[in-house]
Design a binder for this molecule. Sequence first.
Ligand code: SF4
Length: 94
Amino acid sequence: MLQRATFLGLAAGTAPLLNGCTNSVPACADPTLQSAGEAQMRRTLAYVERASNSSEQCGGCAFFRGGAGECGHCEILNGAVSRLGYCNSWAGRG
Ligand code: SF4
């Protein structure tokens, strides 16, 4: 039988491997730190961490500000968003 301490040790050892999964989407904004207004705005604009259409992602949106990292800042949501995210206010850079 697997002892609790052994299980916890194995679980801790696998965490770095799980973090390296290529399909993971970065959690750029901690929902527990958002105000009710911020959370409501994200729901209203149907923000998602991963866009279903790769040609309309936050990283290509006129309202996205960020460097080369996975996360950036959205001027509409006034908070952190994923470069791979999307919301209904997406606007291409003209
Ligand atoms: S407006 Fe929407 S699509 Fe554009 S950066 Fe903000 S969250 Fe992403």
